[in-house]
Design a protein around this ligand. Structure first.
Ligand code: NDP
Ligand code: GDR
Length: 328
């Protein structure tokens, strides 16, 4: 039986990855950051909370990671933990640098010190590309130009992983994942903000939806598909860097259209442009080229944007209906 340690297990990807690894027969440990209120709702949603082992620790506290690695003795270490919301990274740049950037270095140091044979996955991101107009299609060969403190922190983590591979022969892989969403997506991200609002507007408990730049384009896939690519990277003979994307890009505006149309509404009647949601620097266009992941990993995205958004709207309608029943 293989053993995995996941940081960020309480997040969207951590929960789906834990489910995938449990299904494959892994023993799964997760690093659990202390918070004042419970953070395990996603593990409960997937009905796996009692199947994983949670170890207290924080990415910014290297000794806690060393302790977790010593206790879990993992074959594979997936670093998914991060302050992952781009918008917040301008408001809390140091915290973002420490958890998203230095946190990865802390994981690599823990592996180097405890057992350099542990395979390591780093959650890199398309935000490292910055969506510069001269590179309309982004692949592993595209130059980086991060446009947020989050992107800058992720680039540090990305290069640290490659450096530890070159310096200490650690099996470190980086998955440059483009946006991926699900019913477990945090409410602050635009897809979930939209699908939650669609549900509330449809059920008569919200009037409108305030958004920022709806002309931004993103390459959106389903998180459940993307965690499979993470696992596949660590099963290869050699560590490498892979872009994971669908190869289709859509504006936030068209994503809204799809979501509202699913319940028979016209998005133009409800969306209000609100400059409060503009960012100091925007990533205008993300479109990934997943050719290498297809060729080397045999991975392709299975879920279309329409299927994904409809799945999220349906899940939010069920959630809001339940809330309304409980409030009665
Ligand atoms: P989430 O924001 O849903 O989850 C982030 C996780 O990190 C949570 O479990 C959170 O714990 C944990 N975390 C945050 N700070 C710390 C800390 N200091 N110590 C320990 N744990 C911490 O992110 P996703 O699941 O969406 O993404 C997973 C990873 O992939 C992230 O690194 C993200 O940056 C990256 N990524 C995501 C993409 C996407 O589209 N989803 C695309 C590309 C990369 P808690 O629950 O306690 O807050
Ligand atoms: P992103 O995701 O920044 O791409 O990072 P997000 O869903 O936050 O934004 C996508 C695009 O939508 C525009 N937008 C809004 N965004 C939010 N959150 N709220 C709004 O009201 C709104 N209006 C317009 C944004 O400006 C942006 O252009 C996600 C995260 O998961 C990162 O951790 C990950 O690395 C990248 O995806 C790939």
């Amino acid at each position: 039986m293989k053993t995995a340690l996941i940081t960020g297990i309480t997040g969207q990807d951590g929960a789906y990855l834990a489910q995938l690894l449990l299904d494959k027969g892994y023993k799964v440990y997760g690093l659990l950051a202390r918070r004042a209120t419970a953070t395990t709702w996603r593990l409960e949603y997937l009905d796996i909370l009692d199947k994983v082992e949670l170890l207290e620790g924080d990415l910014t506290d290297v000794t806690s990671i060393i302790r977790a690695v010593e206790e879990a003795k993992p074959d594979e270490f997936y670093n998914l933990g991060a302050q992952s919301f781009v918008g917040t990274s301008w408001k809390q740049p140091q915290l973002t640098a420490q958890s998203t950037g230095l946190g990865a270095l802390n994981c690599l140091e823990a592996i180097r010190i405890v057992n350099p044979k542990i395979k390591f996955y780093q959650a890199s991101t398309s935000e490292m590309f910055g969506g510069m107009p001269e590179y309309p299609l982004q692949s592993e060969a595209t130059p980086f130009h991060p446009r947020s403190p989050y992107g800058v922190a992720k680039l540090f983590a990305h290069w640290s992983t490659i450096n530890y591979r070159e310096s200490y022969d650690i099996f470190g892989c980086c998955g440059i994942l483009f946006n991926h969403e699900s019913p477990l997506r945090g409410i602050e991200f635009v897809t979930r903000k939209v699908t939650d609002a669609v549900a509330r507007i449809k059920l008569g408990v919200q009037k409108d939806l305030h958004l920022g730049n709806i002309d931004a384009k993103r390459d959106w896939g389903f998180a459940g598909d993307y965690v499979e690519a993470m696992w596949l990277m660590l099963q290869q003979e050699n560590p490498d860097v892979y872009v994971v994307a669908t190869g289709r890009t859509t504006t936030v505006r068209d994503m809204c259209r799809i979501a509202f149309e699913h319940v028979g509404l016209d998005y133009e009647k409800y969306v209000v442009i609100d400059p409060r949601f503009y960012r100091p620097a925007e990533v205008d266009l993300l479109l990934g080229d997943p050719a290498k992941a297809k060729e080397k990993l045999g991975w392709t995205a299975k879920t279309s944007l329409e299927e994904l958004i409809n799945m999220m709207v349906d899940a939010d309608i069920r959630r809001v209906e339940k809330e309304l029943v409980q409030a009665r």
